[in-house]
Design a protein around this ligand. Structure first.
Ligand SMILES: Cc1cc2nc3c(=O)[nH]c(=O)nc-3n(C[C@H](O)[C@H](O)[C@H](O)COP(=O)(O)O)c2cc1C
Length: 218
């Protein structure tokens, strides 16, 4: 049996089709080096971005500051749950210390531009996706996790966020120690419909246009 070699286009698509989130528990050192990290950030900056605003940024948490970050996470946990157990606090600290490389992903919408805020949020999300895809392309495992701490105003200030910034989550990146479980297969027809023309649209209740027509159904 002969195996057909993938075309360059198929190889590029495969990077996107095989990306999986790899939980920090499945990661180990080393994380990416400075050049690789730069590549990931550059990939984020290549995401579609109305107005070239880059309404996002990343904060790297170097190893030497992880103990301090763990302390901030524990303090946040205690603010939220004064009855937190030592196990809860240990878990909070591990979110700061476990990943070989840890980035905060911050959405920084620019309110005084003509670009609607929702497009800025979409642009930031696209950038986040590119950062994760670039990590995968470079052979690393990565995962973004938020959790309730991302909504804590005191923690946000401690991390240096401004009043119009939002902590979207923390990106863990590292060498894959244990492969993640297989991805759930989604069928594109759940998100892909084909517009049947305006007459059909006017017969539908707003918001009820559930995508149903896929390539093999239409
Ligand atoms: C901004 C953001 C925050 C997230 N926060 C969490 C989280 O706190 N907990 C969680 O289980 N998954 C969270 N996820 C989802 C995971 O990162 C991951 O995408 C999901 O488990 C699906 O896995 P997959 O990326 O391999 O498809 C978050 C995703 C995004 C985009």
């Amino acid at each position: 049996m002969t195996t057909r070699l993938m075309t360059p286009a198929e190889r590029v698509l495969e990077v996107l089709l095989t990306r999986r989130s790899v939980s920090p528990r499945r990661l180990q050192a080393p994380g990416p080096n400075a050049d690789e990290l730069e590549g990931m950030v550059q990939a984020g900056m290549r995401a579609p971005d109305h107005g070239g605003l880059h309404p996002w940024r990343v904060i790297e948490f170097p190893q030497r500051e992880r103990a301090a970050l763990a302390h901030c996470f524990q303090a946040e946990k205690l603010r939220r749950d004064p009855l937190a157990t030592p196990t809860d606090l240990q878990r909070a600290a591990e979110h700061a210390t476990r990943a070989p490389t840890l980035l905060g992903f911050v959405v920084s919408p620019r309110p005084h531009t003509k670009v609607p805020l929702r497009e800025q949020w979409l642009g930031a999300g696209a950038a986040l996706g590119n950062v994760l895809a670039a990590a995968h392309q470079l052979g690393y495992g990565a995962c973004v996790l938020s959790g309730e701490r991302c909504f804590d105003a005191i923690l946000a200030r401690e991390l240096g966020l401004g009043p119009n910034e939002y902590l979207a989550g923390f990106i863990s990146i590292g060498t894959i120690r244990e492969a993640p479980p297989p991805a759930r297969e989604w069928l594109s027809h759940t998100v892909w419909s084909r517009w049947p023309g305006p007459a059909a649209g006017s017969r539908q209740a707003p918001g009820s246009a559930h995508p149903v027509v896929g390539p093999d159904l239409g």
